[in-house]
Design a protein around this ligand. Sequence first.
Ligand SMILES: Nc1ncnc2c1ncn2[C@@H]1O[C@H](COP(=O)(O)OP(=O)(O)OP(=O)(O)O)[C@@H](O)[C@H]1O
Length: 326
Amino acid sequence: MTAEPIVHVRGARRRYGTFEAVRGVDLDVHRGELVALLGTNGAGKTSFVELVEGLAPADGGTVRVLGRDPYRERRQVVGSLGIMLQSAGFSGDLTVAETARTWAGTLTRARPPADVLGAVGLDHRADVRVASLSGGEKRRLDLALATMGDPEVLFLDEPTTGLDPESRRATWGLVQGMLDAGTTVLLTTHYLEEAEQLADRIAIMKAGRVVRSGSVADVVATEPAVVELVVRNDGGRQVTPTAADLPALAGVVGTPDVDRTGRVRLRTTRLQDDLFTLLQWADARHLRLDDLDARSASLEQAFLALDAAPGDTDDGTRTRAEEAAA
Ligand SMILES: Nc1ncnc2c1ncn2[C@@H]1O[C@H](COP(=O)(O)OP(=O)(O)OP(=O)(O)O)[C@@H](O)[C@H]1O
């Protein structure tokens, strides 16, 4: 039997007045797994994550963390959660060390503050006032505090925004270490590379709904691969085929494009089958496929295609755009 997911959400909804920011979201996160929530600005990620963090009540649906309602049974779960918000709002007057010690005092069990600050590379800044930290250093302090209680479940809302590439990689290493130790993580991010690096599964939100979810490979597979090539005859001379000269391809999307230089470019949902057909076609005609470049879509291409696709919002509630138009 599959163990109960650590985070289990069905049909979650959240409204601000008449505007519905979270519109029936389902999501499971299993023990030791990292799920990354992606989506453009305003997609509803933070509004959703706050429901799971127990910071706001859902206006509909079921939200469970460690088997409990994180809002109504907050006292029972809060000690097992680590929460890194987009802006934590610590007092700027305290030093980094004082902030860490104060935070440790609020936890039932806390790792030594010096260890936690060391893990995020802030040990040498311990005596600096929080107000004097750079944006990236503040993010790292937020992460240190979120992980100080060795949480079973860690919520990270854009944890590496504003970090330089080195600190970003250091953060990924720290999160990976926590995953290896069995922590369950729900992460929101705008960095697709971060999701590719860390996530077991991703969920892409758009206008309050999850429009695609699965492993990165699953999500990327929904977007056509691209094939580019130049055709030459057996004497090495370039031949410029028209789209009609090319063989029928089972997975081709749209019409193959032949540019001014004779380079053929097509998109296909059946890369292997269509490459095989093209190679057979060329072989039978004593042609060569030169400069052949066949590549699966990137996560960025899949993400942008989903964002560009028209949304389905016909359920009686208003999206932001509909609100503005009303
Ligand atoms: N307190 C609020 N009152 C009214 N509308 C809100 C409130 N908080 C968020 N919204 C709206 O809800 C929608 C979703 O916002 P949310 O912050 O959840 O998106 P997000 O995906 O986290 O965006 P970002 O990537 O920019 O952080 C947006 O249209 C936002 O303007």
